[in-house]
Design a protein around this ligand. Structure first.
Ligand code: N01
Length: 549
């Protein structure tokens, strides 16, 4: 079933078109093939890996709970045969794993690389999607799966003169595949999120001079990267069933127990002792072993924020620089960052910190960046300015649904969706890690598997019931938006400007874009499916042949 079903003129016909060959799209392809469906995947890159194919900047590593649990769980054999070497795997190690997955499951034969999907339109009469690509290939499919990546559309700063800059310029999310040399060069980095904080220490080691252009000071925690020994791997393999079950049950999709105490139940001395112990140990475990009220109580939050600010003052020798590095938002309400020598980097003689809040960028020239207080001559500009996250890639694709309505029109004021998976007016279109899903707040490979498994069952349901199309009702979208907001509003997250709220992209509608219920989400979507897909509207198949998936 994996060849085009039929080819009419220049249009290839499939059961499913998947856009994106990253972690989500790769699993989608595997799962759909297992279901016996014909599938075509398109990706603009020249190989698999998605975010891990693009983000090759110096210092790029897993900065979540890490290996060996940032991985697929669908294949026991895959787990048994792959060796992870470090807890915070380098980009190249994660990419090697994904390449291995592609080889092992022979994925590439159904993926067309270096092919950008330029348009996707729903044909109401045929109940099918048609996609147009920049290689001239056109494909039609009953279902469209958007596995576009939550962090894949680069956020390019619009600063006067930036296009006049004549030196080398790189965005961390679109890093060249050839080595970039910083030796003897004057480098400026804009951005101090995860990508900036991972790359700045590495680039500073090589550059003649580095200017860090910081708009928002950040909390960063020691990455605590450590080797994974053969014994660790053997343990993980021997206990894989239990680990997998724990991952499914855990709020974030990782096999860890959460701390049961609240910060305010402890004395200041006890809190300090716990923070110190976690700081010394390092790793994302910091946030999991932490008190359970840091993200909900201002007072608890302040106790950790003060602790990190004291650490920054301890590490950074120049008090004026240390003050510029003091974050002033609630800790953890921007994506927590793991670093390896970030604050220490400001003790180097070749590094200058510019606080853009007091000394904003006025313009770029061909050879420099000019801030209010002076000119900084540079040879290389690194844009660690992040992404139009979560919704940005869907908006860039801008599919056209019923009546030719574009997603940009539909999402003008808010990212209307149901379950983070579907959109009213866009039948038979499914998003993986879309707005309104746990997405970036959950172990992403596992989340992709669980969403895709749900989508597969939904497709089966349509086939069994001889239905032609599924989409949510506008009312269920409204209720879902309220549920997402209600959960987020219990926390401090929506009170800080971040890419989670859309605040990093000028003009983007504000709103907290992720479902913070974690694993509850998967129970929720499964329960709704069991209730005959509550909240959805179905359409009979217009032609009997089209129910054959
Ligand atoms: O992007 P970011 P990122 N002028 O949006 C600044 C994941 N990730 O690529 O905070 C000046 O976090 C912006 O300032 P502000 C991870 O989930 C994973 O670093 O908006 N500055 C901020 O400092 C992460 O959270 C891994 O005020 C401008 C920075 O640029 C997510 O990706 C590694 C500006 C952007 O930070 C995104 O991280 C890396 C402007 N016009 C990332 N525009 C791994 O797991 C933006 N900024 C390996």
């Amino acid at each position: 079933m994996n060849q085009p079903l039929r080819n009419s003129g220049s249009t290839e016909h499939y059961d499913v078109v998947v856009i994106g060959a990253g972690v989500s799209g790769m699993y989608a392809l595997h799962h759909l093939r297992e279901m016996g469906l014909s599938v075509r995947v398109y990706d603009g890159a020249s190989d698999v890996g998605g975010t891990w194919w693009y983000n090759r900047y110096p210092g790029a590593r897993v900065d979540g709970p890490g290996s060996p649990f940032y991985c697929y769980t669908f294949s026991e054999e895959l787990m048994q045969e792959w060796d992870w070497k470090e807890t915070q795997s380098e980009q190249s190690a994660v990419l090697a794993y994904l390449e291995h997955v592609a080889d092992r499951f022979d994925l590439r034969r159904d993926i067309q690389f270096e092919t950008w999907v330029q348009d996707a339109r729903y044909d109401e009469a045929a109940q099918r999607w048609t996609v147009e690509t920049d290689t001239g290939v056109r494909a039609s499919a009953r279902f469209l799966i958007c596995a576009l990546g939550a962090l894949s559309t680069a956020n390019m700063p619009d600063i006067p003169g930036i296009h006049d800059f004549a030196g080398e310029c790189y965005h961390t999310g679109q890093w060249p595949h050839e080595p970039v040399s910083f030796e003897g060069k004057r480098v400026a980095v804009i951005g101090t999120g995860s990508s900036g904080i991972q790359s700045i220490p590495e680039i500073a080691k090589e550059a003649a001079h580095m200017t860090v252009l910081q708009r928002t000071a950040q909390y960063a925690f020691p990455a605590g990267n450590r080797p994974i020994t053969p014994e660790d791997m053997a343990d993980a393999r021997a206990n894989w069933d239990g680990i997998r079950a724990k991952m499914h049950a855990n709020v974030g999709g990782f096999p860890f127990d959460m701390h049961a105490r609240a910060a305010l139940d402890d004395t200041p001395e006890q809190r300090e002792a716990l923070y110190e112990e976690l700081w010394q140990r390092g790793g994302f475990q910091f946030f999991l072993d932490l008190y359970n009220d840091i993200a909900v109580s201002e007072e608890a939050n302040a106790s950790l924020a003060d602790f990190v600010r004291d650490k920054i003052r301890e590490i950074v020798r120049d008090p004026k620089t240390a003050e510029k590095l003091m974050p002033d938002h609630f800790v953890m309400t921007k994506r927590p960052i793991l670093d390896d020598g970030y604050f220490e980097t400001f003790n180097r003689d070749n590094v200058t910190l510019v606080d853009l809040r007091e000394d904003p960028i006025e313009r770029f020239t061909a050879t420099s960046v000019v801030t209010r207080t002076g000119e900084h001559p540079i040879d290389v500009l690194v844009l660690a300015t992040g992404f139009d996250a979560i919704s940005g890639s869907m908006l860039r694709l801008n599919p056209k649904g019923r009546g030719g309505m574009s997603l940009r029109e539909r999402w003008q004021d808010r990212f209307h969706n149901y379950l983070g998976l579907t959109i009213a007016g866009f039948p038979n279109l499914f998003m993986i890690h879309g707005p309104g899903s746990p997405g970036v707040f959950y172990n992403m490979p596992l989340g992709a598997e669980r969403q895709m498994d749900w989508i597969g069952k939904c497709m089966d349901h349509l086939r069994e019931q001889e239905l032609g199309a599924i989409e949510p009702s506008a009312e269920s979208e409204e209720a879902w938006a309220n549920e997402v907001s209600a959960i987020a509003n219990v926390t401090l997250f929506p009170r800080t400007d971040s890419w989670w709220t859309g605040a990093n992209v000028p003009g983007k509608p504000r709103g907290f874009s992720a479902y913070l219920g974690g694993s509850i989400y998967y129970q929720r979507i499964s329960d709704l499916a069991a209730k005959d897909y509550e909240g959805f509207v179905f359409e009979k198949a217009n032609r009997s042949g089209d129910t054959e998936t």
